[in-house]
Design a protein around this ligand. Sequence first.
Ligand code: ATP
Length: 139
Amino acid sequence: KERTFIAVKPDGVQRGLVSDIIGRFERRGYKLVGLKLLVPSKALANEHYADLSSKPFFKGLVDYMTNGKAPVVGMVWEGPSVIKQGRVMLGATDPRAAGPGTIRGDYCLSIGRNICHGSDSAESAEKEINLWFGGKGEI
Ligand code: ATP
């Protein structure tokens, strides 16, 4: 069964968009199999965004995810093509390119405050589920 990691980032939590985002996945028919509210450690955020460590915005991104002004909602969703369809439902990374009807296309305009995260491949889904949930056994 296919699984993906979806997160509501601190800006999405702070703006009260958690129920909307969960509702979209539920109504689509996907199954919620993991859910936690947490302020991630620097180590967790660094590892989650390891691929971006050379980018100029990396430090700001990690600080934003971990400063505790609002927590992150980490989720594991299961169902047919959920990795690809989850990304479609989030919309383009840069909200200026995200279409209407997508989460980012409906609610934001700034790439630095784009509300949500979704695994981009089977490999990242496995890595991220293990990282945020400590192994599939815990779900
Ligand atoms: P995500 O992993 O959040 O779903 P993505 O995989 O589509 O996004 P990446 O290029 O991996 O896109 O970027 C990860 C995150 O880094 C983005 O969601 C965004 O929050 C942040 N980011 C990317 N580019 C920029 C930028 N130019 N300025 C600020 N933040 C950025």
